[in-house]
Design a protein around this ligand. Structure first.
Ligand code: BTN
Length: 262
């Protein structure tokens, strides 16, 4: 991946700007700062190496050079009817997840989205999404969707840090993947889904790709005892619907952790 080839590959997309780094702390941090500094809608930050990348709940997501695909896209709330001016981290995460699923399927893979923010292949995590926001007072200035994909061999996190089994695209496909082409396909799908974020279409696509659907799982929220139930689907705001003792329980996006029941 280099800036010249990226510019060429992404030329057909309506990006507002592009910042490429050989090495960067976190593409989300750079995108949040750029958004606060006036970045245009659909501005993109991409790094070949990420040295202090962040995951949900303050976890680390670093990526050695030339292995992972790590990028962040800035979305301004445009068009801006009142309902767009809110930041629902769940929906923005679902937007990234649905785009990832769309980009992986034509490559012969069967991605599943583990609610709320992981993409799995064959039951192992291959990608994660971190949606964050920039505010001016109570008004949403921009949303940032950060995506990290274990693309090439060597991009899996170190074993001792794993909270869930991990894999990478190269291992699953048995051949290397071209990260620039994958980026183009994810962005293209994401821009398409963004226009359909409201009105149920995105939720439907997300739900169709949901991992463990109909299966027993445990969901931890904070330090509470886990909730045991069957994955029933998603609510219209992207919350998880669990069937617990014949009743649907809604699990809000937040400090949650979901695992299949053994
Ligand atoms: C998670 O699994 O908890 C989410 C991981 C998100 C990682 C990506 S990599 C690109 C972007 N920059 C970051 O610092 N984090 C996200």
């Amino acid at each position: 991946m280099n800036p010249a080839s990226l510019h060429k590959l992404l030329a057909g997309l309506p990006l507002g700007g592009l910042r490429y780094f050989d090495s960067l702390g976190s593409t989300n941090d750079e995108a949040l700062a750029w958004a606060a500094d006036g970045a245009r809608d659909l501005s993109l930050v991409i790094a070949d190496e990420q040295t202090s990348g962040r995951g949900r709940a303050g976890r680390k997501w670093s990526a050695p050079p030339a292995t992972a695909l790590t990028f962040s896209l800035i979305l301004r709330p445009v068009p801006a009817p009142p309902e767009e001016a809110e930041f629902n981290p769940s929906l923005f995460t679902g937007l990234g997840a649905a785009a990832l699923a769309d980009a992986l399927k034509p490559r012969g893979l069967e991605p599943r989205i583990k609610w709320p923010n992981d993409v799995l292949l064959d039951g192992k995590k291959v990608a994660g999404i971190l949606a964050e926001a920039v505010w001016t007072g109570d008004a949403l200035d921009a949303a940032v969707i950060g995506i990290g994909v274990n693309a090439r061999a060597g991009s899996n996190p170190p074993d001792e840090t794993l909270r869930f089994p991990a894999t990478n695209l190269e291992a699953e496909l048995g051949r290397p993947v071209e990260r620039g082409e994958l980026l183009r396909d994810i962005l293209s799908a994401l821009i398409g889904w963004r226009a359909k974020m409201r009105g149920g279409e995105l939720i439907k696509a997300w739900e169709e790709n949901l991992a463990f659907r109909g299966q027993e799982v445990r969901v931890w929220q904070g330090s509470e005892q886990p909730l045991a139930g069957r994955v029933a689907g998603l609510a219209s705001d992207g919350s998880l619907l669990l069937l617990v003792n014949d009743k649907i329980v809604t699990v809000q996006f937040g400090e949650t952790r979901l695992r299949p029941a053994l």
